[in-house]
Design a protein around this ligand. Structure first.
Ligand code: ATP
Ligand code: MG
Length: 224
């Protein structure tokens, strides 16, 4: 079976500053459907840059990126936004929930962009929040939730459109160890149901939950 994600010879150079900065160097990476991968590496090694490219938030300076056998360099901005909405679920270190907005509405947002009807939105959103143990927090706003609960709302939002791939950038970075362990057990059960997960972390203990660990150093992937 062909890979879900295939990066070949991807380079990323940031040239806004005085000296161009090469954040990624000749990255070759394949992610197969159903894989659970951790990307680990020091601060500045290029992890988020790589994830932003996989998540179609940014484009490589050179090299190719095929998503489900399609050359993403040919995608228009509108098509990129549509693919991000339908096929990619993002989870961030700082949760990135809308403030002053209930759990229900935060989770339902991607469904609005996907033009899902209101009754269907409420049904799907409530089901997911319940599955993530947030039944009683449906009407709570982010500032009324613990960090672990906010991250579970963010995971529900990432899952609501049933994405092909979940991209998580330090999902446990702002959590205490107990909430971090809860997030990892959610990822493990998602993996068991066949979801594809790529997760960035600084911590070896968190990386251990993944089935494959990719190490980055100075913009390159290290195979040890
Ligand atoms: N938008 C940008 N413009 C210029 N340089 C950038 C930009 N984003 C990242 N960089 C630089 O690219 C390199 C890789 O950054 P990146 O954010 O990918 O690292 P990281 O591995 O995610 O680090 P951390 O663990 O601290 O999050 C760093 O040297 C960073 O300063
Ligand atoms: Mg980062």
């Amino acid at each position: 079976m062909s890979p879900l994600v295939k990066l070949s010879q991807v380079n990323k150079i940031y040239s806004a500053g005085e000296i161009p900065l090469q954040a990624l160097k000749d990255i070759d990476l394949e992610v197969k459907k159903g894989e659970f991968i951790a990307i680990i590496g020091a601060s500045g090694s290029g992890k988020s840059t790589l994830m932003n490219i996989i998540g179609l938030l940014d484009r490589p300076t050179s090299g190719s990126y095929y998503l489900e056998n399609q050359d993403t360099s040919r995608f228009s901005q509108d098509h990129l936004a549509e693919i991000r909405n339908k096929k990619i679920g993002f989870v961030f270190q700082s949760f990135n929930l809308l403030p002053r907005t209930s759990s229900l509405d935060n989770v339902a947002l991607p469904l609005i962009y996907a033009k899902v009807s209101s009754s269907e939105r409420i049904k799907k959103t409530k089901k997911l929040l319940k599955e993530l143990g947030l039944e009683e927090k449906i009407n709570s706003r982010p500032n009324q939730l613990s960090g672990g609960q906010q991250q579970r709302v963010a995971i529900a939002r990432a899952l609501v459109n049933d994405p092909e791939i979940i991209l998580a950038d330090e999902p446990t970075g702002n959590l205490d160890s107990k909430s971090g362990a809860e997030v990892m057990s959610i990822f493990e059960s998602l993996h068991k149901t066949g979801k594809t997960i790529v997760m960035i972390t600084h911590e070896e203990d968190i990386a251990k939950h993944a089935k494959r660990v990719i190490r980055m150093k100075d913009g390159q992937i290290w195979t040890s």
